[in-house]
Design a protein around this ligand. Structure first.
Ligand SMILES: Nc1ncnc2c1ncn2[C@@H]1O[C@H](COP(=O)(O)OP(=O)(O)O)[C@@H](O)[C@H]1O
Ligand SMILES: [Mg+2]
Length: 313
């Protein structure tokens, strides 16, 4: 099966105040059809620039992009009906209801009016469809935006940071929506700088930093890379004992943290973990538990992008 999106050596250089900014720098990326693909990178990494090039909002400096095997922007007209993209927040009339806003869009673009109620149901806005747009929460506004790009019933959805600014319930609803759309057989390509979003929603991810691909693979593959693991270290006794242990490890140069329950965490290469026990025993402190904590995508992400982030800005 052809890829939904296939990008080769994509480069985009902006000229800003006499300076050249290389926002995307030789990016290669392949997004298969089906599933939810996360496009992960810090602010300024080049996600929006890449997405704008894919959907033809902007011309790349060099490189090639194919969507459903058709080169874009050249053949954009032949695939655009299959692609729904939410890059900038769409403009809705604040005093019209969600349904009225979508109806107007459907009419202007020649989509059947039945689609309006169907997409409102998909995004979970049926109950509030008659309320004025201005009264919607940010999450509802975002979902109406998604509904607007679903009117054409696209095979590929491209969502640029749809969870940005949402409160936790809004984030959960957006996640569910992406899963529902994926379950309907649509390919979802979603960008985020919020690592936990990607970790919990996506099947595959690509991590970019400074316009370059750092890593791509399944979430599982990415989680299993890297050399450092995080361990919970418990010592019997009260918090003073724990503080002593933490101080002792810190003084010896270990990376020591506390989790949200005040438990002590230490980042260390797996083959050196036993040295924690030896070090503390030397100080008369006995370790009652030394257990690896499940790695988060965040740990893998920070490790993978450390070199790219550390360069001169
Ligand atoms: N229109 C523009 N003119 C000049 N520089 C830009 C423009 N758009 C983005 N950039 C720069 O390109 C880099 C990548 O930006 P962007 O693609 O928006 O990243 P992201 O979406 O990952 O936050 C940043 O350094 C940003 O400042
Ligand atoms: Mg962006």
């Amino acid at each position: 099966m052809t890829a939904a999106i296939s990008i080769e050596a994509l480069t985009k250089t902006y000229a800003a105040r006499g300076q050249q900014v290389r926002a995307v720098d030789g990016l290669d990326l392949e997004i298969p059809q089906g599933g939810i693909f996360g496009f992960l990178g810090a602010n300024g990494a080049g996600k929006t620039t890449t997405i704008r090039a894919i959907v033809g909002h902007m011309r790349a400096t060099s490189g090639t992009i194919r969507v459903f095997d058709m080169p874009v922007p050249k053949h954009l007209p032949s695939i655009i009906d299959r692609v729904g993209a939410l890059v900038e927040a769409p403009l809705f009339f604040p005093n019209f209801s969600g349904r009225k806003n979508l109806s107007l869009l459907a009419r202007s673009r020649g989509f059947p009016q039945e689609r309006v109620d169907s997409v409102l149901a998909t995004v979970g806005l049926t109950d509030r469809a008659g309320s004025r747009f201005a009264t919607y929460s940010l999450g509802m506004k975002q979902r109406l935006g998604v509904a607007s790009v679903l009117l054409k019933d696209p095979d590929l959805l491209i969502l640029d940071e749809p969870a940005n600014g949402l409160d936790p319930p809004g984030i959960l609803e957006m996640r569910k929506l992406m899963r529902d759309l994926s379950a309907q057989g649509k390919t979802v390509f979603v960008s985020s700088h919020i690592l936990s979003e990607i970790e919990h929603t996506c099947d595959r991810v690509a991590i970019i930093a400074r316009g370059k691909l750092v890593r791509t693979g399944s979430v599982q593959e990415i989680l299993s890379t890297g050399t450092t693991s995080r361990y919970t270290v418990k010592v019997p006794g009260d918090s003073a004992v724990r503080d002593n242990a933490a101080r002792s490890l810190l003084a010896a140069g270990w990376s020591v943290f506390a989790d949200e329950h005040g438990e002590m965490l230490v980042d260390v290469a797996a083959e050196r973990a036993h040295e924690i026990t030896a070090h503390l025993a030397n100080d008369g402190l006995w370790v009652s538990e030394l257990a690896p904590v499940a790695r988060t995508l965040e740990a893998a992400f920070l490790e993978l992008t450390a070199d790219a982030q550390g360069g001169a800005q």
